[in-house]
Design a protein around this ligand. Structure first.
Ligand code: DX5
Ligand code: ZN
Length: 223
């Protein structure tokens, strides 16, 4: 499944909003509904004020799914856990620019593990945080809410940041995905796409709906 070329707009359902009592079924349903990547939000109760799940859960889901696993690690410190998450079945490992003093070293470690590397930036973090690591990354995650919880309101203040990052990425000549993460729904998706996001991460807007395929379709631009 992972050999399939990536679509222009990637939809990455966030498992955080799924029914945790039926995780495996939920992942299978997303695959059937046409989700492109599975976004996995790992929270430590320290870097962010919430705790979600760790490598054991990801490893268990990996056995039953061919989806690309897009990990978003909201943990600090992160370095000691990178190998565990890689072994658990991550395809992408995104870490926060704010989570430690050695972002460059952590990104090198992710690449050495053979995974695509990403950097997430909080709403207050300027785009300069990624300017000097573009050569090491495949993904930039722009938090469009404060990390830690699903179901929050999309911060339109982040749209100019997405646009500036798109220009930065274009100037770099590298194919780097820009994710909009948090509060993305059918109403906010068009602005995120217009600003330059090519990956939409959505939790409640997909898992909160009865028909996942219809919810995914509603995030895409109309014909
Ligand atoms: C928040 C997470 C998001 C979250 C999105 O810390 O990074 O991925 O699950 O959830 P919604 O789409 O409900 O805002
Ligand atoms: Zn996330």
């Amino acid at each position: 499944m992972r050999e399939v070329p990536e679509p222009t707009l990637v939809i990455a359902p966030s498992l955080l909003a799924a029914d945790f009592g039926r995780l495996n079924d939920e992942v299978a349903a997303i695959e059937r509904a046409g989700g492109n990547w599975l976004h996995l939000d790992v929270m430590d109760g320290h870097f962010v004020p919430n705790i979600s799940f760790g490598p054991l859960v990801i490893k268990a889901l990996r056995r039953h799914s061919n989806l690309i696993f897009d990990l978003h690690l909201m943990i600090a410190p992160v370095d000691a856990y990178l190998a565990d998450f890689a072994a658990a079945g991550a395809d992408h490992i995104t870490i926060h620019a704010e989570a430690g003093p050695h972002l460059h070293r952590s990104l090198q470690a992710i690449r050495a593990l053979g995974k695509k590397a990403g950097v997430a930036i909080n709403p207050a973090t300027p785009i300069d945080a990624v300017a000097h690591v573009l050569d090491l990354i495949d993904i930039i995650n722009v938090m469009t809410v404060n990390p830690g919880f699903g179901g929050q309101k999309f911060l339109t203040s982040q749209l100019p940041k997405i646009a500036a990052l798109r220009r930065m990425v274009q100037a770099s000549g590298r194919a780097i995905h820009i994710e909009a993460d948090g509060g993305v729904d059918a109403a906010t998706a068009p602005a995120a796409i217009a600003a330059g996001a090519d990956v939409l991460i959505a939790g409640s807007a997909i898992f909160g709906k009865p028909d996942y395929a219809a919810a995914i379709a509603a995030l895409k631009p109309g014909p």
